[in-house]
Ligand binder design. Structure first.
Ligand SMILES: Nc1ncnc2c1ncn2[C@@H]1O[C@H](COP(=O)(O)OP(=O)(O)OP(=O)(O)O)[C@@H](O)[C@H]1O
Length: 885
């Protein structure tokens, strides 16, 4: 008799024929119909699958009855005596997981390792989820035959697809499929296309995914073949699925070692609430109540526990005798499917997040030789990788999977962190952060990383005071407080989390658009992991460091030397690498990061997705001086007035007045008087006021200090007025526009006071040769306008490049330079000492022409006077004057 198409389809998916046929009979019984009445539809496939997968549940319910314990009842009031005794003996006995603290490696106050210091909080205690019921799509518990397992394939040799089917269909009578070392046939069997089909099916049904990400399938298949696996995958790459899916489809329990209690709780919660009906998972921790622990232990001691994944902290595993005992029992019964070491970089003393208890995990191979291990991490250099493999004793056996670390949707940028205060007394770095986040959008989801808990609280407060919804997060808070922050952030109630690195591992929010490091990370590995929280949905996102290597570096190295544990030399080396990354001005940042992880996958450029490539390719900045990487301050384009850390007292003096305009990158002596007048990072408004208050008496030259573009702009009018320009000579402006190469300074100087502003604008257009650009960019316009009305400012423009001949980018840079110079309170670099600008030949020519003009004006005035006297009309002066120039 031909097989019903439905049965064939499920067999094709990898289910054993007998299981499917039994399920099919159940379906017919339920519907009270004949086989020919059941069509080959998706809905019916699902119904059959529900019945198949439901068998396990029924079996569990049955074994609960047998055991006399309802495992969902955390009070565990009725249980086996044996369990109860054991459980009660565990009361107050914290020999398992007695210490969830990871210790602070490098400083008590910092969160480097304090993430693991989880204080008790009742609200956070997870209800064990071992008996999360699978629901059908309709929400009802699946119906199905209670004892189908006797008909399932039971031979322990039938690993692979049959094993999955039997596992899901109610077990195989306890046959320890994984106890026997896999034969070549078995390996081949599980690597066949049928395994793939089953994994695809379970991926869709249980996890709701349409497909696999790079390497996921290969990792799963290798692990299912019984081999040890080492997985290197970037943050957000999908490491969890690599072990969760094999756990679902293979018999027995997958034990997952996870460094953080909060992370482990999140994982269990997420698994239990999978849309496909939930994956039975649980955890053991010292944070659970005695009853909860009893309940979990009882469940795990059953002949066939329903639980597929058991999460543990490393401390629990290596220190807890009770846990070891539990694992021994599971092992003896052949129920240990595999060990998973999540965040495996914690194993290595060379890694950035070493945990002593992780280093003890080598006991797993010693004790449970044939249980495969899967180690996963997002950050490991070659050195760290080797160390992990060796410490876990899988260096000879593990298959290594390495997925490219390249994150093409991330922009890696370093800005120089400003020092000092703004003119109105606000901290310049905070103001820059506020402007940065505002520019991103105050509701846009982001993370700001700080070095210490105190910094987090200060920054979060400042952001809130500035109208940005922010919350701090660090290991000094109770678990409840941290969960609240995390939830608010997840739900969009809070836009920005300001955190120590306690906020990191396991944060799975897709739409984080920026990660700003307000202080350096302690290593590139750590940085890459923290920054990798951005853009997990694949959309463009920014990873920015506010770099103050000296200050942060000192703080970090102090912490390293204060710290008791860990490898100090390695820590210092990591810090040095971090500093070098920040200081790099030429090399592509994506390349630096990838090469750090020995990843050569990025052969082409990053597509200008880092500041260095962008500056080089789009702005023509070379940053090389005498073989050294140097260059202008790295400043955010969205905040020109706060963008020059060299304008600050400290930085300006330290770096010695490199040209603000940057193109040439020439070193100049620091302008005299900088230290007196510089407050750096002054707002336009305050600078304008300062400029106004310092304005000298009419006819005297204007001070350079404290002039913003706006001030200079105003001065243009004043200059024009005081220069004795010919009243009513609107033609000046018109002529200037007609002659774009016309040196603009003189046009404006000779312009009438009443329309000096107009001259500034039009002349700026003329200088640029592109009025549209000038109109679009107020700084460009004002900068150039200023220069046109002021010899000194003119010198700035000159030194920033030749007007009219530069590219847009150069013009932008030059004008930003003017603004920065003004903001810094003096003219930097090229114009030399304030009031004694370096005036180019061209500017000298302009001055000479100006003087000539004035003489002509005087002559004209005399002529006019004579003409009036002679009752003749005055000659039109302006056209003559313009032509003379
Ligand atoms: N095959 C897939 N299809 C669709 N989504 C997937 C797939 N694999 C994983 N994901 C999703 O990608 C996101 C990131 O996965 P996961 O948390 O496992 O990353 P990770 O590699 O563990 O990252 P991290 O190192 O940051 O913890 C999750 O939301 C997960 O559901």
């Amino acid at each position: 008799m031909p097989l019903h198409p439905l049965i064939r389809r499920l067999e094709d998916l990898g289910y054993c024929s007998q299981t499917v046929q039994a399920a099919f009979r159940t379906l017919l019984n339920q519907r009270d119909c004949h086989a020919e009445d059941v069509c080959d539809s998706e809905e019916n496939v699902n119904s059959l699958l529900d019945i198949i997968l439901g068998v396990q549940q029924e079996d569990n319910e049955h074994s609960e009855d047998e055991d006399g314990a309802a495992t969902c009842d955390v009070s565990g009031s009725s249980g086996e005596d044996e369990d109860s005794d054991e459980a009660s003996s565990s009361h107050g006995d914290d020999d398992y997981d007695s210490d969830i603290t990871g210790g602070g490696n490098y400083g008590e106050d910092e969160d480097w390792h304090a993430q693991a210091q989880e204080s008790t909080d009742d609200d956070l205690v997870m209800v064990p989820q071992t008996t999360v019921r699978r629901k059908t799509n309709s929400g009802k518990a699946p119906q199905g035959p209670a004892r189908r397992r006797s008909t399932d394939m039971g031979s322990h040799q039938q690993v692979g697809i049959a094993a999955f089917a039997t596992a899901n269909a109610g077990g195989n009578g306890g046959a320890p499929a994984w106890m026997a070392p896999p034969t070549a046939e078995e390996i081949e069997s599980v690597q066949s296309g049928r395994v793939e089909a089953l994994l695809e099916f379970a991926n869709r049904r249980v996890f709701g995914n349409d497909g696999f990400r790079p390497n996921q399938l290969e990792v799963m298949k290798t692990s299912l073949s019984g081999r040890d696996v080492f997985v290197l995958m970037p943050t957000g790459g999908g490491k969890s699925l690599c072990y969760q899916l094999p756990a679902v489809v293979s018999p027995g329990i997958t034990v997952v070692v996870c460094p953080l209690l909060s992370l482990l709780q999140d994982q269990v919660r997420a698994l239990c609430s999978q849309s496909g009906g939930g994956v039975p998972a649980t955890f053991l921790s010292s944070q659970q109540t005695q009853d909860e622990v009893i309940s979990v232990l009882r469940e795990l001691r059953k002949e066939r526990p329903s639980c597929k994944l058991l999460y543990l902290t490393p401390e629990a595993l290596v220190k807890g005798n009770r846990i070891k005992d539990l694992l021994d029992r599971l092992h003896q019964r052949g129920r240990l499917a595999r060990f998973v070491i999540d965040e495996a970089h914690c194993v290595s003393t060379w890694g950035h997040d070493f945990r002593p208890d992780y280093a003890q995990l080598g006991i797993l191979k010693e004790r449970y030789q044939r249980v495969p291990i899967m180690a996963l991490t997002a950050t490991a250099t070659e050195e760290v990788k080797k160390d992990i493999l060796r410490k876990l004793s899988i260096d000879r056996t593990a298959t290594i999977f390495k997925t490219s670390f390249h994150r093409p949707n991330l922009d890696f940028i370093v800005y120089d962190k400003p020092t000092g205060n703004t003119a109105d007394g606000k901290p310049a770095d905070m103001e820059m952060l506020v402007a940065h986040i505002t520019q991103k959008g105050v509701n846009t989801s982001g993370i700001v990383y700080c070095l210490s808990r105190e910094d987090c609280e200060d920054v979060a407060r400042y952001l809130n005071d500035s109208g940005i919804r922010a919350a701090h997060y660090h290991a000094g808070m109770t678990p409840k407080q941290r969960t609240q922050v995390q939830n608010k952030w997840r739900d969009g109630e809070v836009a920005v989390v300001v955190a120590t690195i306690a906020f990191g591992m396991g944060i799975d929010k897709a739409n984080v658009r920026y990660v700003i490091h307000f202080s350096l990370s302690k290593s590139l590995e750590g940085y890459f992991q923290e920054a990798g929280r951005a853009g997990r949905d694949g959309l463009p996102s920014e990873c920015v460091i506010y770099s103050a290597p000296k200050k942060d570096g000192n703080r970090l190295s102090f912490m390293i030397h204060q710290g008791g544990k860990g490898n100090r030399d390695a820590a210092m080396r990591h810090l040095q690498e971090m500093v070098e990354y920040c200081n790099a001005r030429r090399r592509c940042r994506h390349q630096i990061l990838l090469q750090y992880f020995a990843d050569n996958s990025l052969t082409a450029g990053c597509g200008n997705r880092c500041d260095n490539c962008n500056n080089r390719n789009n702005r023509g900045w070379s940053y090389m001086e005498n073989g050294q990487e140097l260059g202008p301050p790295r400043l955010p384009p969205w905040m020109p007035l706060l963008e020059d850390p060299e304008g600050g007292r400290v930085n300006g003096a330290k770096r010695g007045g490199r040209t603000a305009g940057g193109g040439a990158g020439q070193k100049r002596p620091a302008p005299a008087g900088t230290a007196d007048i510089n407050t750096g990072f002054q707002t336009a408004a305050s600078l304008m006021q300062a400029g106004a208050s310092k304005r000298p008496a009419q006819g005297k030259s204007r001070p350079f200090g404290f002039q913003t573009a706006a001030t200079l702009h105003n001065n243009a009018t004043a200059n024009a007025a005081s220069s004795g320009g010919v009243q009513g000579s609107g033609l000046h402006a018109a002529r200037a526009q007609q002659r774009p190469t016309q040196p603009s300074g003189f046009v404006t100087v000779t312009g009438g006071g009443s329309y000096g502003n107009a001259h500034v604008t039009s002349d700026a257009s003329a200088i640029m040769g592109k009025s549209a650009d000038a109109a679009r960019n107020p700084f460009m316009r004002l900068g150039a306008g200023s220069s046109s009305t002021n010899d000194q400012a003119g010198a700035i423009t000159e030194s920033s490049g030749a007007p009219g001949r530069r590219s847009n980018a150069a013009i932008m840079a030059a004008n930003a330079a003017i603004v920065r110079a003004a903001a810094a309170g003096c003219v930097l670099g090229d114009s030399g000492v304030p009031r004694k600008p370096v005036i180019s030949a061209r500017a000298h020519a302009m001055q000479a022409a100006s003087a000539r003009l004035r003489r002509q004006q005087q002559a004209m005035a005399q002529q006019e006077a004579a003409a009036v006297k002679a009752s003749r009309p005055a000659a039109p002066s302006s056209s003559l004057l313009i032509e003379d120039l």
